[in-house]
Design a protein around this ligand. Structure first.
Ligand code: CP
Length: 307
């Protein structure tokens, strides 16, 4: 039963509960008109303490396409946060006005803390370098649309695997499925955090390799998940400049990939995927962005108990 629940971390829901969300998302893609008035009278609040394009706009578009309304801020200094109000007081106040809320925050764990002060559903839209569970919903829906299911596949993750919260959430999710293998491609300094390697990947017995080159491994991948080096999480600019261009996927490198290896990226991209790759049918990152809206429609409907 998902009604009234919050989604802060991929481990908050069971496989069966995620299945309900994906099944509904596939139905929405087939017949969006059917759901266009489902949220009439409901209000979604978006609290974005960090910049966003896809997550905020797709949540807002999702609610509007369901017939609901939206309130919120995209710049915390336009709210009473600028006067020193705590997250606890802000979210308790927002609950007076909205039925469901979405929060992005630079501090790891901030949405989990906020959730303790409210009874309405709260969705984590990204907390620091920690987790981004609705990006995972987006990624999984895209994988299902392209290959039918997530099992028995080789997933390559490339770039900033240390700070990339979308990578942490997706690995956490995929580790619950049979036959998955991970190829983790990054500079040594940007490898996945120890808790992901030890408490998720190794604990679940998932085969994995940590490597520093892309080309030799591309031929075995079903998906290559590219990520941006997260400038905003670095403590010094020198390290960022040294590492930012280590992996750039271009059409020459695409020749190493199979004809059915799909390229995903949570976006935004900086220059880790050359724009000449965009025209390749294996480049699916803008489809992924669109799927984000459909799966967030399904999530809103489930958490509000409407479907
Ligand atoms: N993928 C993602 O979270 O994008 P935004 O930062 O634009 O929301």
């Amino acid at each position: 039963m998902l009604a009234g629940r919050s989604l802060i971390d991929p481990s908050d829901f069971t496989r069966e509960e995620f299945r309900e969300i994906f099944d509904l998302a596939h139905q929405i893609i087939s017949n969006p008109e059917k759901y266009s008035k489902s949220c009439e009278g409901k209000i979604l609040a978006t609290l974005f303490y960090e910049p966003s394009t896809r997550t905020r706009f797709s949540f807002e578009a999702a609610m509007l396409r369901l017939g609901g309304k939206i309130i919120g801020f995209s710049e915390p200094n336009s709210s009473s946060t600028a006067k020193g109000e705590s997250i606890a007081d802000t979210i308790r106040t927002i609950e007076c006005y909205a039925d469901i809320a979405v929060m992005r925050h630079p501090k790891e764990g901030a949405p989990r803390v906020a959730d303790q002060y409210i009874t309405m559903p709260l969705i984590n839209a990204g907390d620091g370098g920690h987790q981004h569970p609705t990006q995972t919903l987006t990624d999984i829906l895209t994988i299902e649309c392209l290959k039918g299911n997530v099992e028995n596949k080789v997933y390559g993750f490339c770039g900033d695997l240390k700070f990339g919260r979308t990578v942490h959430s997706l690995i956490k999710f995929l580790s619950n499925y049979e036959g998955v293998k991970f190829v983790l491609i990054s500079p040594e300094e940007l490898r996945v955090p120890e808790y992901i390697r030890e408490e998720v990947i190794k604990k679940k017995g998932i085969p994995f390799e940590e490597v520093e080159k892309m080309e030799p491994y591309m031929g075995e991948l079903d998906f290559l998940y590219m990520t941006r080096v997260q400038k905003e999480r670095f403590f010094n600019e020198e390290d960022y400049i040294r590492l930012k261009d280590r992996f750039i996927l271009d059409i020459d490198k695409m020749k190493y990939a199979k004809q059915d290896t799909y390229i995903l990226h949570p976006l935004p991209r900086v220059n880790e995927i050359s724009t000449d790759v965009d025209a390749d049918p294996r480049a699916q990152y803008f489809v992924q962005a669109k799927n984000g809206m459909f799966v967030r429609m399904a999530l809103i409907l489930k958490l509000l108990g409407i479907y």
